[in-house]
Design a protein around this ligand. Structure first.
Ligand SMILES: [Zn+2]
Length: 221
């Protein structure tokens, strides 16, 4: 009994939140349709990934519309962000995904959107480096928050075409602030993640609700 209890307790940690290749690719296709349905990835923007194990992730290929993905539009990359399929080019922002997986070892899935609400907020807040929200019941979606009487801190990074430098900034921030659940990139979009694709979808919904509420409140003021 003791051994099985120990196994049940530690098994999720051994798994590193990974998924088998087929499952991961299917989850990415479905999540692409989910994001497209919410209008979060216009004009082939955005990207999605799923951790397989400590060495590899599955990510969307570059430049495909997220509303019509197939499993052929996903590919394996290693933790250096290098494609393991010579015929496929990964998303331009693969290194940012890698930085998140590297910085937060319990992350199993990542979604990057071009959320209009998030982008408008980050532009309006310029030159602030954080969006801080208070008083939302939906804050309770995030681990460690048990009440609406809480603050959620969403960092805002400046956009750059230098993905290597940006991914280093992201990694360094997440290592120092492991209780981060999403970040904005000014004029560009939003990243969030979870232990699996379902948790990541829930977080997308919570963040989008909070972004929309913040935008409406600031417009009315
Ligand atoms: Zn993007």
């Amino acid at each position: 009994v003791r051994i099985s209890l120990i196994f049940a307790f530690y098994f999720p940690f051994f798994c590193l939140q990974g998924a088998p290749l087929d499952t991961a690719a299917k989850e990415i296709v479905e999540a692409g349709a989910f994001l497209n349905g919410r209008g979060l990835c216009p004009a082939c923007s955005g990207n999605l990934s799923r951790r397989l194990d400590s060495e590899r992730i599955v990510i969307t290929v570059s430049g495909k519309h997220k509303g019509s993905l197939t499993i052929e539009d996903t590919l394996l990359v290693n933790m250096q962000g290098i494609s393991q399929d010579r015929e496929k080019q990964p998303s331009a922002e693969t290194l940012i995904h890698i930085a998140i997986y590297e910085g937060l070892e319990k992350v199993g899935a990542i979604m990057h959107t071009h959320s209009l609400n998030g982008v408008v907020l980050a532009q309006c807040l310029k030159p602030e480096n954080f969006l801080i929200t208070e008083g939302y019941e939906l804050h309770k979606v995030f681990p460690g928050i048990a009440t609406h009487e809480s603050r959620l801190i969403i960092p805002i990074f400046e956009n750059s075409q230098d993905i290597i430098t940006m991914s280093k900034e992201v990694l360094s921030y997440l290592k120092d602030h492991p209780d981060t659940y999403g970040f904005l990139i000014r004029g560009h979009g939003f990243y969030t993640w979870g232990k699996d694709m379902n948790e990541t979808k829930t977080r997308i919904e919570a963040f989008e609700y909070i972004f929309e509420a913040e935008l409406k409140i600031r417009t009315l003021r």
